[in-house]
Design a protein around this ligand. Sequence first.
Ligand SMILES: [Zn+2]
Length: 279
Amino acid sequence: MTEHTLLAVLAHPDDETFGIGGTLALYASKGVAIHLVCTTNGDAGDMPAGLLEGFKSIAERRQHELHCAAEALGLAGVHLLGYRDSGMAGTPDNLHPGALINAPLDEVTRKIAHLIRQLQPQVVITHDPIGGYKHPDHITTHQAATAAFFAASDPQFVDELPPFAPQKLFFHSISKTYLRLSVQLMRIIGRDPRKYGRNHDIDLLSLTEINFPTHAAINYRSVTKVRDHASACHISQGGATQSLNRKLMKWLSPKETFMQAYPTPQEGKISTDLFENIP
Ligand SMILES: [Zn+2]
């Protein structure tokens, strides 16, 4: 077996843990070299003022947390593209000239394609087409990573490194079980599931109406403690305390779910291994 490498291309410091931390920890525990491309510095995530002590900015604090989580998960490398966090849709951060959503898409694509040629992953993971919960940076990262996946193997794409073709591309989608459970719990405690999250800016109901297929479900029960340690690193984003729905999911169904974008998957089959059929 050749050494396996997995590349995750995600938008913010914490997406590697809150989104797919179980999957990354599981494959790291199997000896897969896991690399993370994080497209933004997480500048728009708010946090209690006390947590900024000793740091120059929110971005610096969040990068510190990212490196803590990367070590906990066992990542082989973290590659920051350095764009500014664009914030949720409709917020003033959208207008900042350094925001990821204002960068030329082909510039972001080039940077990711270069890293794919350099790191030579067999498997690439990124956000799904709606960015999980419609965060503009997740959507832009999805678009750039998808274009980069194909550009990396294209001889027409000029780069100092030779072409390299990764074998599989997956989009991470929020687990449907998690979405349904969260909607039910919010209703039980009398809260509006259209106003989910710390900033009440996530419409969970609209997400349950989107029906992306699941082609792979990764059970991370064996590494839940590792995921918890990584989560605790993201103190400024509430990672040290776990919500009831997260706790229930960990017990009921510790799975992260993916759509397979390339190659075209066999319909109706749910794989339990992202490296299936990769020697
Ligand atoms: Zn994010």
